[in-house]
Every structure is written in structure tokens, then in C-alpha cells.
Write a protein that binds this ligand. Structure first.
Ligand code: SAM
Length: 328
């Protein structure tokens, strides 16, 4: 039976779950993981599809209606279609995925058929050589093919995630913004966050929203049209544009007071806040015969553990573990 007890200690409604389904990735983005990669867990340490679906069922009983599948690279998981199908069958209203798009061209149609609603594609540059450098080996052409196939499969809303980095891709901000004149996509500029072992991408490399807004205002009339929708993004539109430009600025414009999410790591730990290592293990109880009531209780415990806000602030030396481990 569904209950409405998913409010946390700070009266925030928790109705969104982000699930990392693998810590493997076929790219090594310079601001996400170190060149040598990160520790990889054994496959037996990862949650199985059945375990993930069981947890989603518990989450849905506690009021979760929106799920995002991420990683690592979620499309590397061989049983992803079955997983999408099983999650959608639970009646999840909004089921989305975040992908680097390298394998999306062949997967977009099958994903839609399995029940996926929409897709976010990470693409930090539209320059082929630069893409190869930033991802340490990625092929931009394959990502564009993925974008085309996602459109063809009607995986709407289509969002493009861009992390602007000073001196690396910040000269392309207006090119990305111009895309919204022709395309009804959401371009989302995500503020660079400090990640362990990627220390040189620190606060000097971070391009703040005000700077991005100033650049984009040179393209045309550019106004805020939605202070905050259902997520952390502040959304703007260029006059006459079909698409939207969003800014997600966890550090310079902290949005914790609107946070509505929990994360589940690929190893089966609920992470109440991206920026806190305070996690709750659900894999061990699940593998030791925990009842549904116990799972519900662990979910509620995680909701109660959510801090009022993160402790990362400008110039703070705190770092996140690699995103592939916790799900970006
Ligand atoms: N492999 C998938 C992808 O590339 O979209 C999903 C995982 S990736 C970790 C999810 C998102 O996290 C990507 O959009 C990526 O740009 C973002 N991300 C990774 N490291 C980041 C950082 N240091 N600061 C801001 N965003 C980051």
C-alpha cells in the first residue's frame, strides 16, 4: 500500500530516486575520473536487476514517482532493457536515463519500447578533437548519432548536459545556447564539482552561472522563465527559441532546500545526499532475507538522514568520490 510519509526532517517531499546501475564506464572524462580509472567493484558486489526492482517497489510504496538510471555508463549493463521494462511496470510516472550517448544509436529504439520516457545525454563539446581529449578517447560522431536516434524514438524531453570548464570548453557556451533556437532540447549547464583525484579542476576552472548568462545574453534577449521546475535547474529561454537553457549550480547557488531525491549506488547503498558519505546498506539485508517492511523502514531511515544542505562551498577543499562510484 502506498503511503505519503516521504517527507524528510526539513519538510522536503522525497519523490525522486537516482539509481546507479554500474560503476563501469567506456569513457574517462577528465573532470569525473582520474586517467588510471577508479576502483571497480566485483559484479557480485553490484545489485542484480531483481534487487534493484525490489528496492524501487519499496521506494514507490514510500511515494517515489520519478526514477533516473545512471552510472558509470548505464548502457554498458547488458540487462538494461529488462530492468527498464520491470521498473516501468511498477507504474513509475517518469523514467529517465543519463548516458554519454556512445551506445545510444542502437539502443534508443529498444529503450523506448521497453518503457523509457526520456534521456539526458552528456556532451561537453561539439568539437571532435576536443571531445576525444575531454573524454580520453570518446567519439563525438557516435554521440550525435545517439542524439538523432533518441529524437527518432521520441525520447522526450531530450536534455544535453554540459559541464563548462574554464579554458577547456567555455568558448562553446554560446554555440550550445544557439542550438536551442532550432531544437526543442534542454541544454543544461552543470557547475563543475570538485571530485577526488581530479584536483586541478578546482574553483578556478568552475564557470559560474552569472558569467554564462552574460555570454549567452550576447546571443539575444535571454530571460528567466521558470525559477525552478521540479528539479534543481533554473531555466531560461532565448527569445524565439524552441528549447530551454538550464543552469544547475550546486555550489554557487545551492538548491538543497528544494532537494527531492535519494540516490542508490550500484553496490546497493542508499546515499541521502550526493555530498555526504553517510550511506545505508540495503544489499546485505536484502541478501539476508529482509522483509518488505524492513526495506520500507530502511528507505524511511535514509529520508530521515538527509542533511538540510551540503557542506561544499566556494573554495572549500572538500571533494566528492568519483561520480562513477556514486552515480552522477
Ligand atoms: N555515463 C553517464 C554520462 O556520461 O552521462 C552517466 C554518469 S555521469 C557521472 C553523469 C553526469 O555527471 C554527467 O552529465 C557528467 O557530466 C556529470 N559529472 C561528472 N563529474 C562531474 C563533475 N566533477 N562536476 C559536474 N558534473 C559532473
Amino acid at each position: 500500500m502506498r503511503t505519503d510519509i516521504s517527507k524528510d526532517t526539513f519538510n522536503r517531499q522525497i519523490d525522486y530516486l537516482r539509481i546507479s546501475i554500474t560503476d563501469r564506464c567506456n569513457l574517462r572524462c577528465v573532470y569525473c575520473v582520474p586517467a588510471e580509472g577508479v576502483h571497480r567493484f566485483k559484479s557480485t558486489e553490484m545489485l542484480t536487476n531483481m534487487e534493484i526492482v525490489r528496492f524501487v517497489r519499496a521506494a514507490s510504496r514510500q511515494g517515489v514517482t520519478k526514477i533516473r538510471i545512471t552510472g558509470g555508463e548505464p548502457l554498458l549493463r547488458a540487462d538494461i532493457l529488462e530492468l527498464i521494462e520491470s521498473i516501468k511496470e511498477l507504474g513509475i510516472r517518469d523514467l529517465a536515463i543519463t548516458t554519454n550517448g556512445m551506445a545510444l544509436a542502437k539502443m534508443a529504439g529498444p529503450l523506448k519500447k521497453a518503457g523509457l520516457d526520456r534521456v539526458n545525454i552528456s556532451m561537453d563539446t561539439m568539437k571532435t578533437d576536443r571531445y576525444r581529449l575531454m573524454t580520453r578517447g570518446g567519439e563525438l560522431g557516435r554521440v550525435w548519432e545517439g542524439v538523432e536516434e533518441a529524437e527518432r524514438a521520441r525520447l522526450y524531453l531530450l536534455k544535453i548536459n554540459v559541464v563548462p570548464i574554464r579554458g577547456m570548453n567555455d568558448d562553446e557556451v554560446t554555440d550550445f545556447a544557439r542550438l536551442t533556437m532550432e531544437k526543442d532540447w534542454h541544454i543544461r549547464f552543470i557547475e563543475l564539482m570538485p571530485v577526488d583525484h581530479c584536483g586541478k579542476w578546482s574553483s578556478e576552472a568552475r564557470v559560474k552561472k552569472a558569467e554564462l548568462v552574460e555570454k549567452i545574453s550576447g546571443v539575444g534577449k535571454f530571460d528567466l522563465f521558470e525559477f525552478r521546475g521540479r528539479g534543481p535547474s533554473r531555466n531560461y529561454r532565448l527569445e524565439g527559441a524552441k528549447g530551454v537553457i538550464g543552469f544547475i549550480s550546486p555550489i554557487s547557488e545551492c538548491f538543497c532546500q528544494w532537494c527531492n531525491r535519494l540516490r542508490l549506488t550500484a553496490q546497493g547503498r542508499i546515499r541521502p545526499c550526493l555530498f555526504s558519505d553517510n550511506e545505508i546498506d540495503i544489499r546485505t539485508p536484502m541478501r539476508s532475507g529482509a522483509s518488505d517492511e524492513k526495506l520500507d523502514q530502511l528507505f524511511r531511515q535514509a529520508v530521515r538522514l538527509k542533511p538540510d544542505g551540503h557542506r561544499l562551498r566556494e573554495n572549500d577543499s572538500a571533494c566528492l568520490p568519483a561520480m562513477s562510484a556514486i552515480g552522477g
